[in-house]
Design a protein around this ligand. Sequence first.
Ligand code: RIB
Length: 296
Amino acid sequence: METKVLNFGSLNLDYVYSVDHFVQEGETLSSLERNTFCGGKGLNQSVALAKAGCSVFHAGAVGKDDSSILLQMLDSAGVNREFLKFKDGPTGHAIIQKNPAGNNCILLFGGANQEILRTDIDETFSHFDKGDFLVLQNEINELSYIIEKGHEKGMKIVLNPSPMNEKIEALPLSLIDCFMLNEVEAAAITGVDAKDSEGLISALREKFPKAHVVLTLGERGSVYAFQDNVIKQGIFKVPVVDTTAAGDTFTGFFIGSLIRGESPEKALEIAAKASAIAVSRPGAAPSIPELSEVCV
Ligand code: RIB
């Protein structure tokens, strides 16, 4: 039977403001342009997983307001949204400043992403079984409960602890099967200096000996570690237009490729190529490539 992926995660309307520099404290700055894109770490990762060839179910919540472009994005990527709930409050959104180098600053408004009920979660999990994958980020409420449910079911749990904040420390991290994280997130979890990538990997392996770890290192590429197997992957250099969702694209294509039966080594290479394509395009979800563009 085909492995199913349940991604319980955020959906955001991304309001992207192009600026010549990020606004400073006390400053009023005119933006050069505004665009609205589909985003949210959850939605972006669902789109990437589906484009990588997986059977993906996106659970989470939107408002009854203006979420139609998010629904269309999931549909056009082939993501199943039968477990998505509609709440009375507003849909989540992100206010994103994008500078000329393609880097960003993000301000989140949780909205419906923070309105998930335990009854929504219980109903959703009744449709999943042992061996299915559960993919999570840190932009929704009830994450501990969701992790415990996934573990009870015998699902394989992938956590991208992003955005990093104090809520991550309170999660049952020993139940995670695979961590997808950057140096800042790894440093917060282990207490090791973010610049010491070797030290971060060792500390993560020691702290979570049963988990697979994928550490992304920006310009320096990425490292996969599981028990004695350590694999390194460089980046594919491209002109940068917009880095938003590069990490989400990497996560979706790495996990999606593993599920399709690729080795961790090949999955890292595919993920690095996919995220390079994503940074060469504007927006979050719309920048995520098709598998045919990545594996030519
Ligand atoms: O990872 C990028 C995403 O972070 C954006 O799409 C934004 O919505 C925030 O969730």
